[in-house]
Write a protein that binds this ligand. Sequence first.
Ligand code: AMP
Length: 444
Amino acid sequence: MDTNQMTKQVYEKLENIVIIGNGGRENSLAWAIQKNKQIKNIYLIPGNGGSGEIKKCQNLNLDYENKNLLIKTLNSLKIDLIIIGPEIPLAQGLGDFLRSKNFNVFGPNSDGAKLESSKSWAKSFMKDANIPTAKFWKVSSVEESERVISTASFPLVVKADGLASGKGVFIPETLEDTLKITKEIINGKFGESGKIVLLEEKIEGPEISIFALCDGRKYILLPSAQDHKRIEENDKGLNTGGMGAYSPTPILSNSELSLICKEIIDPTINELIKRNIEYKGVLYFGLMITKSGPKVIEYNCRFGDPECQTIMPLMDTNFVNILHKCAKGKLDGDEEILSASKVSGCVIAASKGYPEVYDVGLPITFNYENCEDIQIFHSGTSINEKGKITTNGGRVLSVVCQGKDFDSAFNMAYKVLKGINFDGIYYRRDIGHQVRENFSYEDI
Ligand code: AMP
C-alpha cells in the first residue's frame, strides 16, 4: 500500500459511533475510542451509570429490539460505525439486520456468533478443521449422559450447550456430582441453553485469552490477557463472568504464539471462510496450554469482560480506525495498535452474594487520587433519582491500572479500591498473583 492510500484509509470519515451494551466492556471501548481526535460522538445503547462520565459519550435509552426506532435513530445521528458488545444480540442476528440496512458493523453475524452460542457446534467446527481441543461428547438425555459418564476414563467437565452468561460450565470433583449437574442441566437449569449438554475431557495447564480483530479474511491480534473466573481467592468457588485480569500474559513466547497462529487461529479463519461465514468482529480464543500443546477451551464472538477493560488502556488512538477497517473488510493485517509499553491489571469490585443472589441500588462512594494510569470502568451501576451512582449488578466496577510492571499496576489498583465503598463490596486480593513478584495477601 502506498502512503497516499494509507492516509486516505486513516482519515476515512469516522465521527459518530454507537456501542451496544451496558457493561464495563462497552465503557472501556468507549473510553479508548474517545481518545481519537476524529471522533465527535459516542452513543451507548443503553450504557450504564458511568457511561456519561466518559468524554464524548452519552447514553441512549433505547431498546435495540425496537428495530424501526433503532434504524431511525442511527440514521438521524449519522452513525459511521456500530460496535455490538454482548453475545446475545450478536447470536440473535442484530449484526445481520444492521448490515442489511447498510451500516458498518463491528461484530459477527449470527452464523459467526454460533462459535459461542452453541458449544457443540463450535466443537464440530474444530473437529472438521482439525483444531486441537479437549475430547467431547454431545448428550441430550439422562440415559445418554449416564452411559458416557460411567464409561469415561478421566474426569469430565459439564457444559450447557447454549449461552448461560459464563455460568454454564461445571468441573465436578466426583462421578456422582458429574451425573447430578448433567441431569440438572438437561432438566432445565438453563432452559433452552441446556437442551444439549457437552461432556468434555478435563484438560490441564495455564489458560490464556487471545483476541483477534477480524475483517472476514485477515486478522490482527490484541495483546494476550488472562482472567480469573472463580469467585474466591486461590481459584476456589463458583465460576463468574470474571473477577479480574492482567495483560499482556508473559507466559507466551513468540514461538508459542506462532504455533497458536498456525495450529489454531489460521485454521479457524480458514474454516470460517470455507463455510462462507464472513466474520467481521473480534474472535476470542480461550486456550489452555497443555503438556501436549495449546488447545481451545472455547470461542467467544465478542470482547471478554474484564479482559477488554484490561487491554483497552494499552491501545493506541487509531484503535477505532482498525475496528472500522474490520467492519468494512479492509484490514491490511499489519496495523499497529499498541501505545506505550506498559502492563495493565484489572480488579473487579463485586456485590456481596455474586454470582448468586445480591442486592442492587446501594450507593457507591469514591475517594481516590486520579491519574492517567487509573481507570474505573463502571460495569453494573446506575444513577438513582437523586443523581447518585448506585450498584446495579453482580460485577459493579472494573478498577484498571497500568504500570511499568504488574506489581506497580496492581498495587495502585488495590490502593484505589480502598477508597471505593458500597455495602458488601467484595474483591479478590490475589488477582494477577502469577505475575506479581511481591505478592502477599497481608499487603492488601
Ligand atoms: P468456558 O466458559 O468454556 O471458558 O469454561 C469456563 C472455565 O472452565 C474455563 O476458563 C476453564 O477454566 C474451565 N474449563 C472449561 N473447559 C475445560 C476443560 N475441557 N478442561 C478443563 N477446564 C475446563
